[in-house]
Write a protein that binds this ligand. Structure first.
Ligand code: C2E
Ligand code: CA
Ligand code: CA
Ligand code: CA
Length: 280
């Protein structure tokens, strides 16, 4: 057993070391990325479900680490949540979105609404609403140009606090969407406390339109009916096939987003994309 233990130890330790090292590198790297402004945003177009006209975009953060290369947000956002760096990152994102909106205004691009993701720590941060409002005010951007996406699981963790933050966002003019709707396990009844503007159907259900036949359609149809009866818009994310697109149109889904229509694009490519759309 002792022999075994030593073997286990020898196999285990280097792997742990590598993981810990990567974590450390990422945390330090994030601090440098923030001070040297080397994070970037991509913009994934969103479209009207019936007409397929462009309605806006979702801002998605990107990080190219000097030695580790591209680090996906699914890896570094949770790390920044734990370290607290997410607060600073979140403000950076909105400052950057505002700067971009000013630039697009100058270029004569149409007035698009930009969706910005907020994670749990950000939502629980006491100054979040005032902080975001101050950024848009300084940049001269109307809060109506930004919709904050919060995930259902987060929203339901502390319903009273979430309700207060959402109302505060609304008071200053921001809109709010519930992201990844249907994947959390909390009560639908909470929805009546949150008067949000959009429900984003999780990619899992969009995919189910192709893979789960009538049941898949019944679920999306029920989410749309629920949202509409509460005067919310429905956005389907992760649309990858023509048949999903067709079904979503038939089910009166308000907006669609996904690789079939457009991938997240760097700002210059996004500008070209918008111009090409305008010429159609
Ligand atoms: P999310 O908010 O659910 O964003 C949707 C993710 O799905 C994005 O991944 C997007 O690139 C991807 N996606 C879009 N269309 C399709 C499709 O048709 N098929 C498939 N398979 N995927 C599609 P991404 O950019 O890697 O972001 C992952 C997550 O990281 C986001 O999930 C969000 O939770 C978080 N995140 C990204 N940017 C930010 C940010 O600025 N702030 C915060 N707090 N979180 C962010
Ligand atoms: Ca999102
Ligand atoms: Ca989502
Ligand atoms: Ca998600």
């Amino acid at each position: 057993a002792k022999q075994n233990g030593r073997n286990t130890y020898r196999h285990y330790e280097p792997a742990m070391g590598e993981q810990a090292m990567r974590l450390l590198l990422l945390q330090q790297g994030l601090q440098e990325a923030l001070t040297h402004d080397t994070l970037t945003l991509h913009f994934q177009p969103k479209f009207d479900g019936a007409t397929q006209r462009l309605t806006g975009a979702e801002a998605l953060i990107r990080w190219n680490h000097p030695t580790l290369g591209i680090v996906p947000p699914s890896e570094f956002i949770p790390i920044s949540e734990r370290s607290g760096q997410i607060i600073e990152i979140g403000y950076w994102v909105v400052r950057h979105v505002c700067r971009q909106l000013r630039e697009w205004e100058r270029q004569g691009m149409p007035d698009l609404v930009i969706a910005v993701n907020l994670s749990p720590k950000q939502l629980a941060h006491p100054d979040i609403v005032e902080g975001m409002h101050a950024i848009t005010r300084e940049a001269g951007i109307s809060p109506r140009r930004i919709i904050f996406e919060i995930t259902e699981s987060v929203a339901m963790d502390n319903a009273r606090m979430t309700g207060e933050v959402i109302r505060a966002f609304h008071r200053v003019g921001f809109e709010v969407a519930i992201d990844d709707f249907g994947t959390g396990y909390s009560s639908l009844a909470y929805l009546q406390q949150f008067r949000v503007q959009q429900l984003k159907i999780d990619r899992f259900f969009t995919n189910g339109l192709d893979t789960h036949g009538e049941e898949g359609e019944a679920i999306v149809s029920a989410i749309v009916a629920l949202a509409h009866s509460l005067k919310m818009q429905v956005v389907a994310e992760g649309v990858e096939t023509e048949s999903q697109m067709r079904k979503l149109r038939d089910l009166s889904c308000d907006q669609v987003q996904g690789y079939l229509l457009a991938r997240p694009l760097p700002s210059d490519e996004f500008e070209r994309f918008v111009r090409a759309q305008q010429q159609q």
